[in-house]
Design a binder for this molecule. Structure first.
Ligand code: ZN
Length: 85
């Protein structure tokens, strides 16, 4: 069975191992996105906080929290399309 992966709601990183807000969507994992560095349940606890965090991350040029995980041909704009921005 292929392992399910989840999308980061902030940056659109498509390879999260746990759902950021739990299976019920109300239990944050407190995991940190390797891409944008958002801690689920903390920075994104309120929608306006999530938007602010995303904006800051984009303005900062999309720095990876774990640069080793960044694919060589990574494209921030392409990834953000995954969450409809
Ligand atoms: Zn992210």
């Amino acid at each position: 069975m292929p392992k399910k992966r989840y999308l980061c709601p902030i940056c659109g990183y498509p390879d999260l191992k746990e759902p950021p807000w739990g299976k019920d969507g109300a239990t944050p994992s407190y995991d940190i996105c390797p891409c944008c560095g958002c801690e689920f349940g903390y920075e994104d606890a309120r929608p306006e906080g999530a938007d602010k965090f995303r904006q800051k991350w984009i303005e900062g040029g999309g720095t990876w929290f774990e640069p080793k995980k960044r694919p060589e041909a990574w494209d921030m704009t392409e990834q953000l399309k995954g969450i409809g921005t």
